[in-house]
Design a protein around this ligand. Sequence first.
Ligand SMILES: O=C(O)[C@@H](O)C(=O)CO
Ligand SMILES: [Mg+2]
Length: 251
Amino acid sequence: MQFSANLGFLWSDLALPDAIRAAAAAGFDAVECHWPYAHAPEAVSAALAETGLAMLGLNTLRGQPGENGLSAIPGREAEARAEIDRAITYARAIGCGSVHVMAGVAEGPQAETVFLANLDHACRAAPDLTILIEPLNSYDAPGYFLSRSDQAVALIERLGHPNLKLMFDCYHLQIMEGDLTRRLTRLLPVIGHVQIAAVPDRGTPDHGEVDYRHICAVLRDLGWDRPLGAEYKPVGATGDSLGWLPELRRI
Ligand SMILES: O=C(O)[C@@H](O)C(=O)CO
Ligand SMILES: [Mg+2]
């Protein structure tokens, strides 16, 4: 199995270009990030070129603390689309293949209509990219519009864009729904990216409720051949948190 270092959490003490270099030196196969916008795309591209790593994904802007995006919030469509367009432009500038469109704190039919329209905009604006939506667990992200995989799949099916996919974050979905083996198997055709972390502490993927040796073997047997996003919160230095990597890489 291959792994992508999520630089939102790993080496988050370093500037993004240096975090990319650190991930390469530690043996990761790819990187992904949350919000790269404080860094010039040229500097990020240079670090990617130097290391040979691909940036797999980035997010639309989170907004104010607790907002977690804007794309399902009625009345803020213009801001949401500007952020989607900015994310697409940034992704293209660094050769990044996917953009996670963050929904924000909202609920109800009007929020759904707004989210669908903004996702439609994103998918049409970037047929060359994968547009991801990600259910977040309700403990970490109370009130976030998207919290369950069936809700995400319904939106994906409603829009019918081939470039709209599910970000299957095993951490969030184990907390909300469990049954990860069957869920991964059933949802495989709509999954665009998979992320991992221990449950419930969001630490290294080598302890807690989920046995990632099993999850990696399931994904391998399903033919999954893309890097899994290591999106966990290291305790202490990231370089000291990588004991899990060799064993999972052998799967
Ligand atoms: O799981 C998460 O929190 C992330 O994948 C994300 O993009 C939202 O911060
Ligand atoms: Mg995630």
